[in-house]
Design a protein around this ligand. Structure first.
Ligand SMILES: [Zn+2]
Length: 233
């Protein structure tokens, strides 16, 4: 999960946009469950020339101090190196493995020029170096590329546009094959937009909508408050 370096700031909006561009540029619509293995083995070379996904035996994915690395990314040449067990799990649509690979892709799309080795213990080591009174871990983490890559991964796997049409975290988890925990976060993040969209539709009783539509046709003007989908109806 958390290797750590201080990356330049990228807004949430920008992260969402960058993740969205991957789907758009590869003509993968937002409501499609992303096949992350297929994406990395075939499609992504259209965006990252010379990219390759390398699968290594788990025994060769140990860091210098013996910690298991699920995956890591390199930029020159562009590679995601993934442990065999994670690769197999991602092929079987296991949520955590899917997220690991999407996270590494996030590093490649966002942090070009750095080698990112994932070391789960790094944050703790960093905190130790800063002394007991250093900044709290979650603050430290929020400034690093790690949270950016994880956000990117969540946006890529479960796009906002598609999340708003789903009515629970469970539905999001099921539809996009992400963990329930990740789905809960995406549900909460997209809830204001979901409420706004459903509120617009609910606000006006159908008799009023019908009246407005009739008036529009008769008088050839548009009510600002008449939802577009009622116009076509
Ligand atoms: Zn990472």
């Amino acid at each position: 999960m958390a290797s750590d370096f201080i990356a330049s700031k990228i807004s949430i909006k920008e992260l969402s946009k960058r993740a969205g561009e991957v789907r758009t540029n590869l003509s993968i619509s937002d409501d499609v469950t992303l096949d992350i293995i297929n994406l990395l083995e075939f499609d992504i070379v259209r965006l990252i020339p010379n990219f390759r996904l390398l699968v290594m035996p788990d025994s060769e994915m140990l860091s210098d101090d013996g910690h298991f690395q699920e995956a890591y990314a390199t930029f020159d040449p562009p590679r995601i190196v993934v442990a065999n067990s994670i690769y197999i799990a991602a092929n079987e649509s296991e949520p955590h493995a899917r997220m690991v690979l999407a996270h590494e892709l996030g590093h490649l799309m966002l942090h070009n020029g750095r080698i990112v080795r994932e070391k789960a213990h790094n944050l703790a080591t960093e905190a130790k170096k800063r002394g007991a009174y250093g900044p709290p871990l979650h603050n430290l983490k929020s400034r690093t590329g790690e949270s950016q890559a994880s956000k990117f991964a969540a946006f890529l796997l479960a796009p906002t546009n598609a999340c708003v049409s789903l009515t629970s975290a469970n539905e999001i988890a099921e539809k996009f094959q992400i963990s329930l925990r990740s789905a809960e976060i995406r549900f909460t993040e997209t809830d204001p937009l979901r409420r706004r969209l459903s509120g617009q539709r609910r606000k006006l009783p159908s008799a009023v909508l019908a009246f407005m539509r009739e008036q529009e046709v008769r008088n050839r003007f548009k009510f600002k408050s008449l939802p577009e989908d009622h116009r076509r109806a």
